[in-house]
Unconditional design. Structure first.
Length: 135
């Protein structure tokens, strides 16, 4: 597509054409990420919930690095053992922490037993800070 645009678009219109093309493709990554979240979590995510999650990136922190971490998390762009195995960069797709096969994004970020211990500690600290029970 890009080669076609470069050949057929006049130099004076090239930037505008590329910009229009990028705007049309802008939401495609978000749609794919949303579908993957829904499939892996076996639940439906409404338009309002998804919009809230995506817009929360700007509200979470003023630090651009923190925002980037949140963006990558929502868009699921971290390389998991499963991805690295598929790309031929690992010998196995197993989780390096617990050994479970097929360590996909949700496993690495949440359901791994080693990660669950971490999240349990985080919740305990937060409960002490706010003096309330977090479920």
């Amino acid at each position: 597509m890009l080669t076609y645009m470069l050949r057929t678009t006049s130099p004076r219109r090239l930037i505008a054409t590329l910009y229009q093309y990028s705007q049309k493709r802008r939401g495609i990554g978000e749609v794919k990420a949303r579908v993957r979240w829904q499939e892996e979590m076996s639940m439906s995510i409404s338009d309002m919930q998804w919009t809230y999650c995506c817009s929360a990136i700007r509200r979470v922190s003023s630090n651009s690095r923190h925002r980037l971490v949140h963006f990558k998390y929502i868009q699921r762009v971290y390389y998991t053992p499963q991805h690295l195995y598929q790309y031929g960069l690992r010998d196995t797709s197993a989780c390096p922490r617990c050994g479970m096969e097929e360590a996909g994004f949700l496993h690495v970020a949440w359901s791994c037993t080693q990660i669950q211990e971490y999240w349990t500690q985080v919740i305990a600290v937060l409960q002490c800070m706010v003096d309330k029970t977090i479920e």
